[in-house]
Design a protein around this ligand. Structure first.
Ligand code: NAD
Length: 436
């Protein structure tokens, strides 16, 4: 079968490469010509473990092609996946501009039956908007089916998540659409992946419900961490004690500087806006967002409390990306924290294993370093913001000689306070007592 994936970002490129790995011939389309030219030469524009090898293999076997020509992609394909971005607009609603552009272009270029599948995260009702736009732009009346197939992959483990998902959600009306989708995902059927087959609206809602719930879990444990600090309790043990209850589960109960990334902030905002547009105030999600914003501010207060006035002083920051194993810095807590510290007069030296190329575009005053030790050299304090593996194995004896003061502020609780204390550091973390 031939399919095409429109949008070759984190989701589109992984989707295209993984379907090619299933043995399907995939044309990946993007209107960013620089990206397409790089991909045609086998260069991957994003950092995602394992992706480069998978793309190279499938290009070599002639199952994965890249083009900026949407018409070429659509004409040769039975199924057309839409995987373009759906960022927040100024009100927090999902901006459907790119989805609508693509829907109109599919309508204009289709030359026979197509299965049009939305992979982008879109608010309930978008399936209908896409179908209307396709109909409106068709040169002659041609049959098509609309499917919602939201994506749940996580950056940093995207291939594993696509190849071994917890579930596949398919929102479709017609039997033909369901049959094609099942065919496309047949390798996942073989490994007994649960499939949730629903209507289009329900599938669209499942994605927002899942992301909002996960965001709520993060905001919950962050609030719990803040309270633990006040009473001297250890949030890690609280989370462990809670998480062992199977009704709760241990995942997403790690306190930190708040959630970021290209999904949770915009999807929670979009869900609230969707409710508002229908006269419904989604109170829990509104609070989740508020708590998350406050958490980032609290982290800045925590840092300033530990360092004292920072005007003219240098601070070393480790981690810019919103999570490890990605180069994505969209809405990363590190950005808010660094900007606030700069506002307070601090000079920032920073290091991130993959996020510095993107970081340089938006953090103009930061001095980016070649490794984590250079970021610490001459700094008043070392601030850990993202839990990259190399930051879990720091040579503290070396670090002590580089820092001006033995002060470590760990916003991801990567180290044991007693160990840091024994090593002679003042160690400030989240939801656990500070040790000196
Ligand atoms: P992205 O910004 O990385 O990629 C989007 C791509 O679409 C870009 O390469 C852009 O050039 C391309 N594009 C935009 N308009 C186009 C057009 N008219 N024609 C062709 N290409 C066009 O976005 P992403 O992170 O891959 O997210 C895509 C969607 O998937 C979003 O709705 C997002 O919410 C959802 N999603 C993302 C993740 C994630 O972890 N990133 C996970 C699940 C779902």
């Amino acid at each position: 079968m031939n399919i095409c994936v429109i949008g070759t970002g984190y989701v589109g490129l992984v989707t295209g490469a993984c379907f090619a790995e299933f043995g399907i011939r995939v044309t990946c389309v993007d209107n960013d010509l620089i990206k397409i030219k790089a991909l045609q030469q086998g260069k991957i524009p994003i950092y995602e473990p394992g992706l480069e090898e998978m793309v190279a293999k499938n290009m070599k076997e002639n199952r994965l092609l890249f083009t900026d020509n949407l018409e070429e992609g659509v004409r040769h394909s039975l199924a057309v996946f839409i995987a373009v971005g759906t960022p927040s607009d100024h009100q927090g609603k999902a901006d459907l501009r790119y989805v609508k552009e693509v829907a109109s272009a599919i309508g204009r270029t289709m030359d026979g039956y197509k299965l049009v599948v939305t992979k982008s995260t879109v608010p309930v009702g978008t399936g209908k908007i896409i179908a209307d736009l396709i109909r409106k732009n068709q040169r002659k009346k041609l049959p098509f089916d609309m499917v919602s197939n939201p994506e749940f992959l996580r950056e940093g483990s995207a291939i594993e998540d696509f190849m071994h998902p917890n579930r596949v959600v398919i929102g479709a009306e017609s039997d033909q659409a369901k049959a094609i989708m099942k065919d496309l995902y047949s390798p996942l059927y073989l490994i007994e992946t649960p499939f949730v087959i629903t209507g289009v609206e329900t599938a669209e809602m499942i994605k927002y419900a899942s992301n909002a719930f996960l965001a709520a879990k993060i905001s919950f444990i962050n609030e719990m961490a803040n309270l633990c600090e006040k009473v001297g309790a250890d949030v890690h043990l609280v989370a462990k004690g809670m998480g062992l209850d199977q009704r709760i589960g241990s995942k997403f109960l790690h306190p930190g500087p708040g959630f970021g990334g290209s999904c949770f902030p915009k999807d929670t905002a979009a869900l609230v806006q969707l409710g508002k547009s229908l006269g419904y105030e989604f109170e829990i999600v509104k609070t989740v967002i508020k708590v998350n914003q406050r958490q980032k501010k609290r982290m800045v207060e925590k840092i300033l409390k530990a360092t004292g006035p920072v005007r003219g002083k240098t601070l070393g920051v480790l981690g810019l990306t919103f999570k490890p194993n990605t180069d994505d810095i969209r809405e990363a807590p590190a950005l808010t924290i660094i900007r606030s510290l700069e506002k307070a007069g601090a000079r920032i030296k920073a290091y991130d294993p993959a996020g510095m190329k993107e970081g340089k575009k938006v953090l103009k005053k930061v001095r980016f370093q070649d490794n984590l030790y250079e970021a610490a050299q001459g700094a008043e304090a070392l601030i850990l913001v993202t839990e990259w593996n190399p930051f879990r194995n720091i040579d503290w004896a070396r670090m002590k000689g580089l820092l001006k003061r033995p002060l470590v502020i760990d916003l991801k609780n990567m180290y044991e306070p007693v160990k840091m204390q024994a090593l002679g550091f003042k160690y400030v973390c989240v939801g656990r007592p500070t040790v000196e």
